[in-house]
Design a protein. Sequence first.
Length: 239
Amino acid sequence: MHFDDNDTADTSICLPPAAIDVMESLDKLRASVDQVQCEQFGRRDDAHNLKDILLVHIRDLEKKISTWFDEQDIVHRALRKDMHDQKNLSSLDLKSTHQKLSAQIAAAAFDTVDVRKEVKEINAKVTYLDGQVSEIRSEQLDFRANTEENYLNLSTQLGLIVDFLRSGDAKKGESGSSRPQPPPDDQSRPSGGSGDSGTRQSGSRGGSQRRGDRSGSSKRRSYSSGGGPFRRSFEDWLG
């Protein structure tokens, strides 16, 4: 067996302790083989001793290699466990983050729904108020139209009443002018007695009647000249 520098690793590289032990064992084994190549066996016992030495080095090398593999397996298992733990932690963090995001999205959705509901309620109130304002305006227009119509009707009725009163006053004036005058008192008739008292009573009754006619006609003329108290008060009320 021949070994060269390419068959062994450079010891200057940082290796774990088990790997360094393996390299040392390989160096010892190579030195023993070189010794076998250089020496000539004079006796069989020397060959057996060298064989035993080689077997010892080989077994030691196998043991160290096995130990190194065990250590590497432990390291790999630890790394796998760490990776698994990191994966679980990352998965838990991801789930927690996902739950938080879902909760925030749900809260934002609920807030959006509440805002939309409030906006709809406000729009409904505005629409209701617009309808109320329109109804009030319509009622105001109707009231104004009814008021104007009532004013015209009352004005017409008052005009008719005034015309009727004026025509009545004119008729009474004409009848008063066409009525025959009472005969003057007869001075030749004897005074006293029942005849004189009856004449005075009828004269006083006629005078009071004429005064009542004059006062009534003057009142009617004053009412007719100004349109009557009802018309004046109604016009004052309407402004």
